[in-house]
Design a protein around this ligand. Structure first.
Ligand code: DGL
Length: 269
């Protein structure tokens, strides 16, 4: 049987920097694949915007990726995945687009958790997408959903420990400190940066789940099933695009990506 390959890049987009946590996992799991990253830094955050605005931004992000000839598009943004994925599938029927909700849910269920608290942006929590997917998989789960809009600006500011952060945790999560859920599903690109602080806050009693690794595995599965992996001798490249503040990108991106991005280019969406 002839194996087919596809050296086109994987497109990963987010409202800003946070999706780099997904790009990092994809690059680690699939080192032979090229990646194009887009952060819509001109319009971040998406999580406080209306459903219509988020859908319209997500459409622009997908158009951009299609113009770059990618073979698969990953909506790394939880807010987009929660609010706009259906409309993207409807409006771009020929494009392969995956979100992060199913991956996050899969990762949460793999821990055997029976009670799960989901945290995310206001738009993600209002959409109820995580709870619906969790209950679609297992109706008997206890699921709580908590919007934590102050956490994104704190992550962007680099405030990933300390008194201010703990005050914000108290504001949103105090009631769970005394009676922790089995798992806390980090339903936002930025929240993996709070892993250590959350572990401390809950005294190590809660499984902290993020979708990055599970999402990278879903990407691999898609590529393998569809015979779209890059050739074994492919020389991969990573390109990073932003819609604003390209110069500032590097400074903050390292926190999310774990390394300095190769080259950052400004684009208009
Ligand atoms: N990327 C968003 C998410 O994962 C967080 C930042 C924003 O609100 O745009 O929900």
């Amino acid at each position: 049987m002839n194996i087919r390959y596809d050296n086109r890049p994987i497109g990963i987009f987010d409202s800003g920097l946070g999706g780099l946590t997904i790009a990092r996992a994809v690059q680690e799991e699939l080192p032979g694949e090229s990646v194009i990253y887009l952060g819509d830094t001109a319009r971040v955050p998406y999580g406080d915007k209306s459903v219509d605005a988020i859908m319209s931004y997500a459409h622009d992000d997908v158009q951009f990726m299609l113009s770059k000839g990618v073979k698969l598009i990953v909506a790394a943004c939880n807010t987009v995945s929660a609010v706009a994925l259906e409309s993207l599938h409807r409006d771009f029927p020929d494009a392969a687009i995956i979100g992060v909700i199913e991956s996050g849910v899969k990762a949460a269920l793999s821990t055997g958790a029976r009670s799960i608290a989901v945290i995310g942006t206001r738009a993600t929590i209002n959409s109820d997408a995580y709870r619906r997917e969790l209950h679609r998989q297992d109706h008997s789960l206890k699921v709580d959903s908590i919007a934590c809009p102050l956490l994104v600006p704190l992550a962007e500011e680099g405030l990933t420990a300390g008194a201010v952060l703990n005050g914000v945790f108290d504001f949103y999560l105090k009631q769970y400190q005394a009676a922790p859920p089995d798992a806390l599903l980090l339903g936002c690109t930025h929240y993996p940066l709070f892993r250590n602080a959350l572990n401390e806050y809950f005294g190590g009693k809660v499984h902290l789940i993020d979708s990055a690794k599970a999402c990278a595995l879903a990407v691999r599965e898609y590529l393998t099933e569809n015979q779209k992996t890059a050739q074994p001798d492919n020389t991969p490249y990573h390109r990073y695009f932003v819609s604003d503040l390209a110069a500032e990108f590097n400074e903050h991106a390292t926190r999310f990506l774990g390394k300095l991005p190769a080259r950052v280019e400004k684009t208009v969406l």
